[in-house]
Design a protein around this ligand. Structure first.
Ligand code: ASP
Length: 464
């Protein structure tokens, strides 16, 4: 193959090269493809070098990619040509002395990603400077300093990253920034949000985590809107808490600000994936305005903050399932874990079979806490006999703390008091950042997921 030919069929091999040549199709052609599975229209993407030789890859107008097997293709018609350039230029951020100073800390995830056509994978490729290059509206909101702390997909983010983030936030507060934005993968953003809610105590400024469900090379990407709203909340908002800022409804009508300890990723692909559980969101962000929905800690002029990043990593979370055997919990105790959070059924239950292991955990000094799989509502272990028995085995109920938040808080609490179980237990049961609330709003469970009348009624009340 000549070099030019190789480029025209980038990554494709036989039999696809011949097939493409027969219909006059090259990479970056817009095509209508007639296959035995139906008609497809899209852009022919370069093929990953490591992928098989049998599929033509099309980027559909919906933004999704589809692989069409060569022996299903009956005909192809070229309808256009569009070479995509995905390199976003790094640009210096313009300065306006009248605008607040904000720092954007990059950690990776889809918000910092683009598709790599060589491997076909989504890779963390945008530096924060490139992010700005693709969202110039940010310059109207603030003077933005960007810093790439790491480039990880969020499944790889853990205590070391929590610590680095907490310490950098502490410095940013001392440096006088008006707000901090943290770009993060969405998958475990609620874990990091919980960790920062405990590690960064009483921040005087907004700390806004943001991600995106769809990378910025896709037409339906939420990256830019989320970044604009998050930066607005950090620069101009009055809420001095650790928050997550993501799409409210599936449309881009407004974003929601969620409290870092009450938020959870709830949908694998919707852009409106983050929901506040056990409460209602803190605020809505829309067109340069923040509509408060409930009482929050307010921005302060002082620069005082306490950074407490210590974290005990030997903690775990056990998701109870019917017929669970005690050996699971025994193994955890034997491996030297210091604390366990159970996500129990109903009001906070596990089966009788597990009781001896709970007893063993107690005698080994391993603290065991109870949370709920239902996610909404409170642990109430005094209602059924089972609950009372489990309480009797030393399991400590955690009210309406979300299981993941309890896991993070337990690691953090053990980090604060490595040798004082009573202090850990007291800390775990004391609300520090909204992780336990006195009650849940009676309609919070329905709002934003119930029928339209409930939403209208709720919003009518908020707006009246
Ligand atoms: N897997 C990605 C992550 O969490 C998904 C995302 O960013 O939305 O890093």
């Amino acid at each position: 193959m000549t070099e030019q030919r190789a480029d025209a069929y980038k990554g494709y091999r036989e039999p696809l090269v011949s097939l493409m040549a027969r219909f006059g199709i090259t990479v970056w052609c817009k095509v209508d493809v007639d296959t035995t599975r139906g008609e497809f229209s899209g852009l022919v993407l370069p093929r990953s070098e490591t992928a098989d030789a049998h599929h033509l890859v099309l980027k559909l107008d919906s933004g999704y990619n589809v692989g069409l097997r060569h022996d299903t293709i009956r005909a192809m018609t070229k309808t256009g040509f569009r070479e995509a350039i995905y390199k976003v230029p790094e640009e210096a951020f313009p300065r306006d002395d009248r605008l607040p100073e904000v720092i954007l800390l990059g950690t990776g995830g889809t918000i910092a990603s683009r598709l790599d056509y060589r491997t076909g994978a989504v890779i963390p490729a945008f530096s924060p400077g490139e992010l700005y290059g693709s969202v110039p509206e940010l310059a109207d909101l603030c003077n933005l300093q960007t810093e790439k702390l790491f480039g990880e997909f969020s499944e790889n983010v853990g205590p070391l990253h929590y610590r680095a983030l907490a310490e950098r936030i502490g410095q940013a507060i001392e440096q006088g920034f008006a707000g901090v934005v943290i770009g993060h993968g969405t998958d475990t953003m609620h874990h990091t949000a919980a960790a920062l809610s405990f590690m960064v105590q009483r921040p005087p400024i907004p700390i806004v985590m943001v991600g995106s469900q769809r990378s910025s090379d896709r037409p339906s990407s939420d990256a830019a809107r989320n970044l604009i709203h998050a930066t607005f909340a950090a620069a101009h908002g009055d809420i001095a808490e650790v928050m997550v800022c993501m799409f409210g409804p599936t449309s881009d009508r407004y974003n929601l600000l969620h409290r870092g300890t009450r938020v959870r990723k709830m949908h694998s692909s919707y852009r409106s994936t983050f929901r506040t559980l056990g409460d209602i969101p803190l605020a809505m962000v829309e067109d340069g305005a923040i509509q408060s929905l409930q009482t929050c800690a307010s921005r302060r002029d002082d620069r005082t903050v306490q950074i407490r990043p210590e974290f005990e990593e030997r903690v775990t979370i056990l998701y109870y399932y019917p017929n669970m055997n005690p050996d699971i919990l025994e193994a955890v105790v034997d491996r030297g874990y210091r604390g366990v959070v159970i996500a129990g059924t109903g009001l906070g239950h596990v089966n009788r079979k597990v009781y001896p292991a709970l007893e063993r955990a107690r005698s080994a000094g391993v603290q065991v806490y109870m949370t709920l799989q239902t996610l909404w509502g409170f642990v109430q272990m005094n209602v059924y006999e089972t609950g009372r028995e489990i309480l009797g085995l030393g399991v400590i109920p955690l009210a309406n703390m979300l299981p993941e938040v309890a896991y993070i808080k337990l690691g953090w609490a053990l980090g604060q008091h490595p040798n004082d179980p009573a202090a850990v237990a007291a800390l775990m049961q004391t609300p520090l950042a909204g992780e336990i609330t006195e009650r849940e709003p009676h309609d919070g469970y329905l709002v934003f997921q119930g029928r339209t009348p409930e939403i209208d009624e709720f919003l009518g009340r908020i707006w009246s």
